[in-house]
Structures are given as structure tokens and as C-alpha cells.
Design a protein around this ligand. Structure first.
Ligand SMILES: [Ca+2]
Ligand SMILES: [Ca+2]
Length: 253
């Protein structure tokens, strides 16, 4: 059955220890302010109209996908001769995708496990929730390179990782329990300049942190509102040297 991404999840808010939502070069800045200004009001809906506009329209290929949930693969007109489509190609039926997994509006995809480190690394994508389904699928865009420094982390975790080569980025999926704001603190080695970009569970940017220079700590505070949630934190090397850093998740006192 064709699946749809959940675009209405809210409840992950970024509060800054230094400077929240001062975007550092990401091209999706227009949504930052609205989301951060949300202030944690669960149920507030972010208007995704603009964001959706960047997506190519769904190719219907003469098949009316409509809004019903019937399995298009059972229809005689469901383009049986269309060759298997690759990840990201437009689709209107699971049968059109090599993966047999079609996302309405987002093309051929695959399922993913949110608890795995950077589960959609190969697709350069986020692992985001499905609508009306407990599962997740790879969608949207994020390029973190190919190393395996990525991790799923929660309060009490402290990891040492490296930023090599110069433009390296590592993804951390940070668990944030209901009513327990957490600080994510990145401490680089001397001479290493790091920046943090934060995204909510549906891959919307909610904050960017880069107030320190080489060797300077970058940190953000995240709150989940009324349900357990998580935030994607991308640690980037924005300096001129490669080296190590520590990332830790601490309960906000
Ligand atoms: Ca790395
Ligand atoms: Ca910095």
C-alpha cells in the first residue's frame, strides 16, 4: 500500500544556549523562525506548503492515486510495464518501485529504523515517520558523508568522534523524553571549529549553532513538549583543520 509521510508531528523545540536558529548556510532558513517561535505548543501545525513546493509533482502516469488507500497494484491500469524505479523517483504505486515502497509525494523509498545510527545514510536522507502507520521511511535530504561516526544517543551518553575530512558531518539522533529538556554539547579539540544543525522529527530545521570559533564549544537545548521525541543533530566541521570532538547529552537541571 502506498504510504504517506507524517508532516504534522510537532513538539520538538530548540532553545538556544547561545544562538538558536541563526542558520549557518543551510538553504531552508525560511522555516526556522516559525518553528522556534512555536515555543513548544503541542498541536500547532507548521504550514508545510512552501516546503512541499520544492518537491517535484507526483507523476500520476494516468493513474489516479486519489486519496483512497486502495492498493493500486491490484488495478489493471497500474502501469504494469513500468520498469522498477530507483530511490527518489516519482511513483504512484508500490509496484513501480524496485523497493516496492512508494511514498505519496516523495517517490520510491524504503522503510528505516529510527533507533539505528543514521539509518538513511546511503540515501542521504532522514528517517521520518509515516502518517497513520507506526513505521518510518527515508525521505528529505541530508548529506553526512560516508563515515560511521553517527549514533543514536540519549541522556548520559558521551561519545568521541572525528571530523575528517574537512567537510565531514556526523548525524546524531538524540532522544528527548517528554518534559525532560536536554542539552547537547559538542566540545571540539583545540583548533577544530564545529557547528551544530538541528532538525525536528520530520526533518525541518529548528536551529543552528555556531557561535564559537576553533576549539569553541557549541551547544543547544531541546525540549520535546508532551510526548517523547527526538532531534537530529548534525555536527559539522566548519574550520580548516580535522580532528576529534566529544558530544554529550545532559539532562537540563
Ligand atoms: Ca565523522
Ligand atoms: Ca564553531
Amino acid at each position: 500500500m502506498v504510504k504517506t509521510l507524517d508532516r504534522m508531528i510537532v513538539g520538538m523545540v530548540c532553545f538556544s544556549l547561545f544562538a538558536c536558529a541563526s542558520d549557518s548556510g543551510n538553504d531552508t532558513t525560511t522555516q526556522d523562525a516559525a518553528i522556534v517561535m512555536d515555543g513548544g505548543t503541542l498541536g500547532a501545525h507548521v504550514d508545510m506548503g512552501d516546503a512541499r513546493a520544492i518537491d517535484a509533482p507526483v507523476a500520476t502516469n494516468g493513474v489516479d492515486a486519489g486519496n483512497d488507500s486502495s492498493d493500486l497494484t491490484s488495478r489493471p491500469d497500474a502501469a504494469p510495464n513500468v520498469p522498477g524505479k530507483a530511490y527518489g523517483e516519482q511513483c504512484s504505486a508500490d509496484s513501480q518501485c524496485e523497493s516496492k515502497f512508494c511514498l505519496t509525494n516523495d517517490g520510491c523509498s524504503r522503510s528505516c529504523d529510527i533507533k539505528m545510527p543514521n539509518p538513511c545514510r546511503a540515501e542521504k536522507a532522514f528517517c521520518v515517520p509515516l502518517q497513520g502507520d507506526p513505521g518510518f521511511a527515508c525521505a528529505e535530504m541530508i548529506d553526512t558523508g560516508s563515515d560511521t561516526d553517527d549514533a543514536y544517543i540519549s541522556v548520559g551518553d558521551r561519545l568521541t568522534r572525528s571530523l575528517t575530512p574537512l567537510k565531514d558531518a556526523d548525524m546524531f539522533t538524540v532522544e528527548v523524553a517528554r518534559s525532560e529538556p536536554v542539552s547537547v554539547i559538542v566540545t571540539p579539540s583545540a583548533g577544530i571549529d564545529v557547528a551544530l544543525d538541528a532538525y525536528n522529527p520530520i526533518a525541518q530545521p529548528i536551529g543552528a549553532f555556531n557561535s564559537g570559533g576553533p576549539g569553541g564549544i557549541e551547544a543547544g537545548l531541546f525540549s520535546a513538549g508532551q510526548t517523547d521525541s527526538w532531534v537530529f543533530v548534525i555536527v559539522r566541521n566548519v574550520g580548516n583543520s580535522t580532528g576529534q570532538y566529544q558530544i554529550s547529552v545532559e539532562k537540563q537541571k
